[in-house]
Unconditional design. Sequence first.
Length: 304
Amino acid sequence: MIAASGGARGGAAFLWAVLIAVGVAWGGSQLLSKIAISTGHDPAGVTLLETVIAAVITTLACVLRGRRLPLSRGSVVFYIACGFFGAALPGTLNYTTLQYLPVGIVSILIAGVPMMTLLLGRATGRERLTGLRMLGIAMGAGAVAMIALPDAAVPGVGQAVWVMLGLTVALSYAIENILIDTAAPPGTDALTLMAGMSWAGMALLLPLVWARDGWVDLTPLGNAELAILAVSVVHLVCYTSFVWLVQAAGPVFAAQVGYLVTISAVFWGMTILGERHAQIIWIALALMLAGMALVRPRDPDPDP
């Protein structure tokens, strides 16, 4: 698959290097998000600032590359839907969840995106459920149940509430995946989609942040504020690199980044923040990774 899609077989090492770098960096973005919210910034306000940064950067990139942002009625509706399910809602809920759960736990929950995408794809007739895929979904559900057990992730009576919020983040991203797959209007590519959904997400978040008085002040520029700026750039770079990987090596190869994101996020949380997890959480991580492997499409002609 790599040789067929990415050119000469000698380029495989570079493709693997890009895949690993993207996975490690994307996993690190959850660590940055945890730091960003650590000093009490409003989750919606932080998400708004991220969408502003993303909108400006992607729009400038569109201008420099001579790409016009499609602005037909259907395109605008599409941007609004993706801005809600791909930016405003999951961003705000993810930051909220990170206030109460460790980075590793949140990352394991978000790893359920492929499984939820599969279920939604089956409901819309875009995907087919097989025995192995159903087993993968069951493994993911088992992993979530383990995390939701009392005192499995963090002490506290309300733990299940934050677990459900983490699952809502995964569901929101899964809905965005289906929207892109089924409703992306002609003339939108990865860059214009990011620009459109970022502007839409910003417009959706503005009333909420205004009502909550959740504006983020970047002065003085401390660790949390630097983390907000860093995570915005990391998300953009990783997303662009992921799209490049899909084009260069194919979607099956690129999809493996999901494993690296989850594993590296757990690693970053343990290394930088000193997070430690009970044995049941490691079992949940193994179940979630196994479930991800079963619900993803298999490469019909894998390279050794």
